[in-house]
Write a protein that binds this ligand. Sequence first.
Ligand code: PMT
Length: 396
Amino acid sequence: MLKGKHIIVGITGGIAAYKTATLVRLLIKQGAEVQVVMTPNAREFITPVTLSALTGKPVVSEFFTANTGEWHSHVDLGLWADAMVIAPATASTIGKMANGVADNMLVTTYLSAKAPVFVAPAMDLDMMAHPSTARNLDLLRSYGNHIIEPAEGELASHLVGRGRMEEPENIVRVLDGFFSRKQRLAGKKVLITAGPTYERIDPVRFIGNFSTGKMGYALADAAARAGADVTVISGPVNVKASEHSVKVIPVESACQMYDACVKAFPESDIVIMCAAVADYAPVDVHDTKIKRENTEGMTIELKRNPDIAAALGSVKRPDQLLVGFALETDHEAENAVRKLKAKNLDMIVLNSLAVPGAGFATDTNQVTIFKADGSELSLPLMSKAETAANIIDNLS
Ligand code: PMT
């Protein structure tokens, strides 16, 4: 997938810069055209001569060539690229990228780039763990940049921990996977439900759950990156899609989510039901706030909400794919397979609250995918973004 792709490799000043020569060589071997952009500090770690010999192009490092005055246009570079990968990315450059501090050629090129950007951090474990690094990486994620998470291992300081730049072979794999996925859902309309639903008791109280929408919005981003036209029907959440093409229809209650899903379903090719829909809602919703003084105890009578996934499953066409989620606490696989059949789903994604790091509100998830044909695929604990990309890869 990398053949003929224009790739900017940005190098910053870290020990791992020596590995970037291998990255450049591997990209070129795959048929990519590579332009290296280095920060001034990066030149202390690897020479431009090595990189220009590998790419067959002069390395860009300054805004202009001192002796000729030739101007290097970061705008042209940004437009030329199909992808930009910054490896290694130091804490300093990550901070500059996150905050628009355009004081070198690499950051100005980053700010001008229209192409997807991949960032492979490399730094000492304490710098990696610092809240400022975490915040800056979160900002980059919110801009839609792809973070290639650093590995654990021995660092330049000889300390052992998280902060090693991902190996060049794996960075190439990530880029290759990105370009393969980009075509996978081209022309498909994907509908995703995300977040919780709120069932009103009175104007200030509701019955809800702990869903944050992180998993549903990660799926929306992954589907959009795979080329799909994506709509999210979303309960009340504070997260946003990173991909600007994702459309959001906000709803509050299960009944509103039901109406929006039923309306959008006929036009959808793929539907992924990731929302945590309240199964019950109060029979009576009070118009005014229920006063504590007026009630010693309280019983709220509940009625069952519609099962949205089952309703869509009952009218599903053969050309549509319906995917559910199952959030379980016990007898996980058994319950997931029962829901897959009962709701006439093609696929169900099981996550269990018994697994640390999985389920509500976490940035990670551990899922097992069950399909109607009886096949089963268990994925390791990984970020919700990676989980989502794997689910999208396994749609069928
Ligand atoms: O949002 P996060 O904080 O990132 O958390 C993600 C998540 C844990 C909410 C998500 O990964 C998840 O598991 N979502 C499904 C939660 C759930 O409601 O599971 P369930 O087993 O109760 O429901 C089974 C399926 O039926 C789900 O696809 C659900 O969307 C659907 N359903 C349930 C009830 C209902 N009335 N209508 C439905 O459509």
